[in-house]
Design a protein around this ligand. Structure first.
Ligand code: UDP
Length: 323
């Protein structure tokens, strides 16, 4: 039986990856310090014989007994609100955290896959973004702590690959959505759906002309699974190229939820990227992967998940977390 360590295993993406690797017959060890993760995302796995949970901060020395075949490094705050509130932890998990994972991988002979991000392209001057674009990042702006942590993480991973011969994979994840996003993480989809469910105004930042391309979580997980098992060490974009403006996205959520609340326009956060769309030519060619779930279907599924929340939970999660 293959054994896999998933850091950030109680988070949005980490928990979906735990589900997938359990389904594939792996022994899964999830690690999370629960700063932004939530045990509710993995509580259904606790009863399984081949699932373990370590409550641990990956930025500190990690010890995992026994063999390990794979390590997925998915621990990190990942929304602008989170990494603005905990900038130092964000930098540490992308630097010290990956260093610990790579050191562990070396000892165990494990393959490492790291969660990188479209944020390595910054506010991109090339559109759509291809993997060979080096990006347009402000290191000292508010997003710098996340963007540079992820860029450092890629560099460190590549160094372990070339210098120590560790098997490594790098996925550049574009905006992804689905069940288990945190309602209070500030990202646009949980923000809009939460507002609709609580009967609040829908908040568009800026004039809403900025674009994003949203990928449903199951598609992303499939791409990551294929990349892990591939032999490709260079970065690969995984995302859904269907690009829309945030105004159009708000319209879709308003239609989906039937909310009669008004749209209000707030200030655009500093360095908010104007456009973002993955070029997935490489993923198609190397992994035979492309997204299968369109936005209409993905949004239905996601809305069904949040609609089932109790009123208490809708309000409990309305307030931004204090860390
Ligand atoms: N956004 C918005 N209203 C909100 C939250 C976000 O208009 O209540 C915008 C945000 O300014 C950005 C886009 O939606 O242009 C996506 O934001 P998100 O935080 O989800 O992801 P990222 O900016 O990292 O792509």
């Amino acid at each position: 039986m293959k054994r896999i360590l998933i850091t950030g295993g109680a988070g949005f993406l980490g928990s979906h990856l735990c589900d997938r690797f359990i389904k594939e017959g792996y022994h899964v060890i999830a690690m999370d310090n629960l700063i932004t993760g939530d045990l509710r995302n993995i509580e259904h796995l606790f009863k399984l014989e081949h699932f373990e949970f370590y409550h641990h901060d990956v930025s500190k020395f990690i010890h995992v007994p026994g063999e390990l075949d794979y390590i997925l490094h998915f621990a990190s705050p990942a929304s602008p609100i989170d990494y603005l509130k905990i900038p130092i932890q964000t930098l540490k998990v992308g630097s010290l955290g990956i260093h610990n994972c790579l050191g562990l991988a070396r000892v165990k002979g494990a393959r490492v896959l790291i969660a990188s991000t479209s944020e390595v392209y910054g506010d991109p001057l090339v559109h759509p973004q291809t993997e060979d674009y080096w990006g347009h990042v402000n290191p000292v702006g508010p997003r710098g702590v996340y963007d540079e942590a992820k860029r450092f993480q890629e560099a460190m991973t590549m160094a372990y690959h070339t210098y120590h011969g560790v098997e490594t994979r790098i996925v550049r994840i574009f905006n992804t959505y689905g069940p288990r996003m945190r309602l209070n993480d500030g990202r646009v989809l949980p923000a809009f759906i939460g507002q609709a469910l609580r009967g609040e105004d829908i908040t568009i930042f800026g004039d809403g002309s900025q674009t994003r391309s949203f990928c449903y979580v199951d598609d992303l997980v499939e791409g990551i699974y294929r990349l892990l098992l591939s032999d490709h060490a260079q970065p690969v974009n995984i995302g859904n190229p269907a690009e829309i403006t945030i105004s159009q996205f708000a319209e879709e959520i308003i239609k989906l939820t039937g909310t009669d609340q008004k749209v209000v326009y707030l200030d655009l956060p500093k360095d908010d990227p104007k456009q973002r769309q993955p070029d997935i030519t490489k993923a198609k060619a190397i992994l035979g992967w492309e997204p299968k779930i369109d936005r209409a279907e993905g949004l239905q599924r996601t809305y069904a998940y949040f609609k089932a929340f109790s009123r208490e939970r809708l309000y409990e999660e309305a307030i931004h977390r204090e860390f």
